[in-house]
Design a protein around this ligand. Structure first.
Ligand SMILES: *Cc1c(COP(=O)(O)O)cnc(C)c1O
Length: 423
């Protein structure tokens, strides 16, 4: 395995202390009191003067790690030419990126966005508009699955169906029917005369790295054929090489009609895309949908540079190999620290460790050992390293995870001991 863009940062200059956090940001995030000055490969330099191994990758975004030379060059070169022109004009790099994405997938057409939620909005609108244009305007409802996450816009919180994201924001956007993930019979039962489409993550990310059970996507495809529905995948997190295929649906070989992707596609530059077949997108003609920023020259330059790397011969094979090795080594960590970890699951470099104590405590221990991770539902600690990690980073991560497990075990032991001096 080659180590790719993973050069270690050997010396860390003394970082400037962060000071008190500003009072002038919305309080929407409970942020860790840590900032990063720079990064290289899988490593980040913290404001606390420590080096962190980044197995969160900005929530599955930094697919090629930090400061990848090919991406830095592409962005700098484009920045000196033209940043933004609007979609009133042709954007040659966008046409090129659409050609490449469609050549490498089921899709015929692409709509570029700035985020995952916007890619989902485009996907939802495209699915509804398809039915409308087919003379079935009553079909606007979309079946989604429990544990799903599709974004934070009004429509995507309704699609995700999680009460904690819906509460307080007025009437839930109409037209989403949720059934248990993996339950084909429930999905079929939910289909009615107003159903337009089925929307599913091939691997649930925020829901806790939960892969669709074997045969599930194939079953949904069959339901869509039988009932005249469109199959829509949310590959915002599991797409763009994360599982070792460009798109996760390639594993079972079940293509959708529409697919939303984002996160890794820009590797840190805000970029998303809605991909669709010609048939599904035929009615999306001038005036039906739009975006000011989506697909601008900066984003398109970076998107093409990301694909240069991800589609290079052997790159995805290496993601598969690294993912298998990491999963194997995590399985033995789970075995030897069964009080801390229950199981490991996921595909490629989209892995989750289901914790026994609260996942937040495990993540704090990981961070204390210099490893960054991301929380997910079902008490899972997500490990989403850059796709470029090599064996050195993998071994360094395993060492840190074991050390964190020992830390958590010590805390559990201390909590179990009767307090000294207590009678
Ligand atoms: C992150 C995510 C989204 C939302 O993407 P944003 O860029 O935050 O809008 C949607 N779906 C899935 C599966 C995601 O992981």
């Amino acid at each position: 395995m080659s180590s790719g863009n993973t050069a270690k940062i050997e010396t860390v200059p003394t970082a400037a202390p962060l000071g008190a956090a500003s009072e002038h940001l919305f309080r929407t995030f409970a942020r860790v009191d840590l900032a990063f000055e720079r990064g290289e490969g899988a490593w980040l330099e913290g404001s606390d003067g420590r080096r962190y191994l980044d197995f969160g990758a900005g929530i599955a975004v930094n697919a090629l790690g930090h400061s990848h030379p090919h991406l830095v060059a592409a962005l700098q070169e484009q920045a000196a030419k033209v940043w933004h022109v609007s979609n009133l004009y042709r954007i040659p790099d966008g046409e090129k990126l659409a050609d490449r994405l469609t050549a490498a997938s089921f899709a015929d057409r692409v709509f570029f966005t700035n985020s995952g939620a916007e890619a989902l909005e485009a996907a939802i609108k495209t699915a509804r508009h398809y039915q409308y244009a087919e003379g079935r305007p009553e079909r606007f409802r979309i079946i989604t699955f429990e544990g799903a996450f599709h974004g934070r816009t009004l429509a995507t919180i309704a699609a995700g169906g999680q009460e904690k994201y819906l509460e307080g924001f007025g009437p839930k956007v109409e037209g989403f029917d949720q059934v248990p993930f993996g339950d084909l019979a429930a999905a079929e039962k939910a289909i009615g005369p107003e159903t337009a489409a089925i929307l599913v993550e091939p691997i649930q990310g925020e829901g806790g790295i939960r892969p669709a059970p074997a045969g599930f996507l194939k079953g949904l495809r069959a339901l869509c054929e039988k009932h005249g529905l469109l199959l829509v995948y949310d590959e915002v997190q599991c797409g763009m090489g994360r599982t070792g295929k460009l798109f996760a649906y390639e594993w079972p070989g079940v293509a959708p009609d529409i697919l939303a992707t984002a996160k890794g596609i820009g590797a840190g530059f805000p970029l998303g895309a809605c991909l669709a077949t010609d048939a599904a997108s035929a009615s999306m003609t001038p005036g039906t949908h739009g975006t000011t920023f989506g697909g601008n020259p900066l984003a398109m330059a970076v998107g093409n540079a990301v694909l240069d790397v991800v589609l290079a011969p052997g790159f995805l094979d290496q993601v598969v190999d690294t993912g298998l090795l990491l999963k194997q080594r995590l399985a033995s960590v789970v075995d030897s620290h069964s009080r801390v970890f229950e199981l490991v699951r996921g595909e490629g470099l989209m892995l989750g460790l289901k914790a026994r104590p609260p996942a937040g405590e495990v993540m704090a221990a990981l961070r204390a050992e210099g490893l960054l991770s991301v929380a997910a539902g079902d008490n899972v600690v997500r490990l989403l390293p850059p796709l470029t990690i090599g064996e050195a980073e993998l071994s360094a991560a395993i060492e840190r995870i074991e050390a964190a497990a020992v830390r958590v075990e010590a805390a559990l032991d201390a909590a179990a001991r009767p307090a000294e001096g207590a009678s």
